[in-house]
Design a protein around this ligand. Structure first.
Ligand code: ARG
Length: 609
């Protein structure tokens, strides 16, 4: 009686829960309890749970016996026990769980875990009932600041910034999905010494810029021109320096010139963000100008600054690596100063509990030392998390740094244009222009183009360099956005061709169980059930390629299912005579899951393509 009511409690709990159960967490807790019960004398015993790649070894495995054996042996408990005996002992202590069908010991003490289909069914049915893919339970909602994209004014926004933009956006989307309070911050380089020469050049070329807006549509060539003068003309150089001083002293005319230049850049950046559907709050280095003075004062008063050949430097906690330069010889501030001011603002004023920097791997040391200094100064405390999310370089197909044929950096707008062109070619190859309306065609084109560029970036381990190849990313086989976007439209079309209306689907959700009897159905379901675990893992390592791998796994498992299981039965004339609603529901939940994954990756599915 008691057992039965307990079981019932769990299942109602589950189906009403607004979250999706994490299999890994559930198994972890279950086995942790069992192991502690079996070996009460051990503190912190090893709990090793992994999903199995081979159905012969169950769906998941608990591989604690081996490390436990070593631990017991080294503790010289006297008698020798084998891993198998340990595994047997653990199994006896595992409480009954609605999640587990059966356990078995294999090989050298591996415990194979088989999941219960009813449980999987209930979790997936819960998604259908809620009409959305539910997030895994998050113990603690946090205020998180993600610093990403962050290009520099007048200098080009290059592929490195594109990586930061794509990765940062996806991380922010994932944390928002989990219910965290996320601030998306664009730390634009808008206060550097480059402004001296830009303003000096502006004054010469467009002297009446205060009354008339100068036509600098191409800030990059404007930057290049001024740089040439700066390097060749001593007189100009002096004036440029003087301009920086006046700008930093907030002289109105210089501020106006600075604003003008920033506006041109901002428009360019914004058009990229609009095309890629990226939301960001601009808070450039200039924002911290007065706060830089404050932080210098604070660090000085607390005796953290040291003299070094006229500079003021600060060492990290163990005087490791290199120090930050807080004040330059000429009294000016640096990138280091602005980051110290920024971290203080983020922690103290924004009340961020977790700050994530998405910047190329080349800046790893800068952020390491910056964090170390901020901890040393007790701006960042042990309750705060600081994460540096680095990424590798973008390479061309020749495996060298990504450049145009003439050796220039690739303009991002041109790169996106090229993507659109490739997507259009792809659709024309498939003669989609004959089937789709103009509007549908354009939607599909954008979805493919931007989807491919984002996905190609996200599906690689971000720590590695990656080769940017339009040919590769637009292939319609393999782990690409094109393949996945097509897979989703195909899945979505199944219910449509079966003539199942929204209403019928809605009605079936409460009544018909999701079909999970067939081996391929169950296999697909088990892939879908991994979703919460993949998400939770990403919150730890901030590596999004595992989510891409899940998408691909879902698409492949779906194909296998669809090849083996009929969703509808047709007669000789091709008329539909029977609809297998349980399978249509499995199809529906698969589509919802893929859509949710796409939303996290910033891909936009289209109804038709
Ligand atoms: N603007 C810098 C660059 O282009 C990136 C800024 C990253 N964020 C930061 N808080 N430093 O390299």
């Amino acid at each position: 009686e008691e057992r039965k009511s307990k079981h019932l409690a769990v299942s109602t709990n589950m189906s009403e829960s607004g979250h999706m159960v994490s299999i890994y967490d559930t198994l972890y807790t279950l086995f942790e309890k069992a192991i502690i019960e079996a070996y009460p004398d051990l503190t912190d015993p090893p709990v090793v749970i992994s999903s199995s790649n081979n159905p012969k070894f169950g769906d998941y495995q608990c591989n604690s016996a081996l490390p436990l054996c070593k631990l017991l042996g080294s503790a010289s408990q006297g008698k020798k026990v084998s891993p198998r005996e340990i595994a047997d002992k653990i199994i006896l202590k595992v409480a009954s769980s609605p999640l587990v069908e059966k356990l078995e010991v294999a090989g050298a003490g591996f415990i194979n875990i088989y999941l219960k289909r009813e449980f999987g069914q209930a979790i997936l049915a819960n998604i259908l009932k809620h009409g959305k893919v539910l997030s895994p339970p998050v113990v603690q909602k946090r205020r998180i600041l993600v610093d990403f994209s962050s290009p520099n004014v007048a200098k080009e926004m290059h592929v490195g910034h594109l990586r930061s933009t794509i990765i940062g956006d996806s991380i922010a989307r994932l944390l928002e999905f989990l219910g965290h309070d996320v601030l998306r911050i664009n730390h634009i380089g808008d206060w550097g010494t480059q402004f001296g020469m830009l303003i000096a050049h502006l004054e010469d070329k467009f002297p009446n810029y205060t009354t008339e807006s100068p036509p600098i549509s191409d800030l990059q060539s404007f930057y290049k021109e001024s740089k040439v003068r700066f390097d060749e003309d001593e007189e100009f150089k002096k004036r440029a320096y003087a301009c920086v001083v006046k700008l930093q002293a907030h002289e109105p005319k210089y501020i106006q010139a600075w604003k003008l230049i920033c506006d041109v850049s901002r428009k360019e950046f914004q058009s990229i963000y609009n095309r890629l559907d990226i939301k960001l709050i601009e808070r450039g280095e200039s924002f911290y100008h007065s706060r830089m003075k404050d932080i210098v004062k604070e660090l000085e008063e607390k005796n953290f600054l040291e003299e070094d050949e006229g500079r003021k430097i600060m060492w990290g906690e163990n005087r490791e690596g290199i120090p930050l330069t807080i004040v330059k010889r000429d009294g000016g501030f640096t990138y280091d100063t602005s980051d110290m001011a920024a971290i203080k603002h983020r922690i103290v004023e924004e009340k961020a509990e977790w700050v994530i920097y998405v910047v190329d791997a080349g800046q790893a040391t800068h952020f390491q030392i910056m964090e170390s200094c901020a901890r040393r100064a007790r701006i960042v405390l042990s309750c705060h998390n600081i994460d540096f999310v680095g990424f590798g370089v973008v390479l061309g197909e020749d495996k060298k740094k990504f450049k145009t044929r003439s050796g220039d950096t690739v303009k991002l707008s041109q790169l996106l244009d090229e993507g659109l062109k490739r997507a259009e070619q792809k659709l024309m190859e498939k003669e989609r222009d004959k089937v789709l309306t103009k509007e549908e065609f354009n939607k599909a084109k954008e979805s493919i183009a931007y989807g491919c560029i984002k996905y190609a970036d996200l599906c690689h381990n971000r720590n590695h360099d990656y080769v940017f190849s339009f040919d590769k990313m637009t292939e319609d086989k393999g782990n690409t956005a094109v393949y996945l976007l097509y897979a989703l439209t195909r899945i979505r079309s199944i219910a449509r061709t079966a003539n199942v209306s929204r209403e019928e689907m809605q009605e079936a959700i409460g009544k018909t169980p999701i079909s999970l009897e067939h081996e391929k159905e169950w296999k697909l379901a088990k892939v879908l059930l991994k979703f919460p675990d993949v998400i939770l893992k990403i919150t730890k390592d901030l590596c999004l390629h595992t989510l891409c791998e899940l998408c691909y796994e879902i698409a492949c498992a779906f194909t296998e299912f669809y090849d083996n299981c009929y969703c509808v039965e047709k007669n000789q004339t091709g008329e539909i005579v029977k609809v297998n609603m349980g399978r249509i529901l499995l199809t529906e939940v698969t589509a919802m899951m893929l859509e949710q994954c796409f939303a996290l990756l910033g891909l936009k599915p289209v109804e038709k393509m």
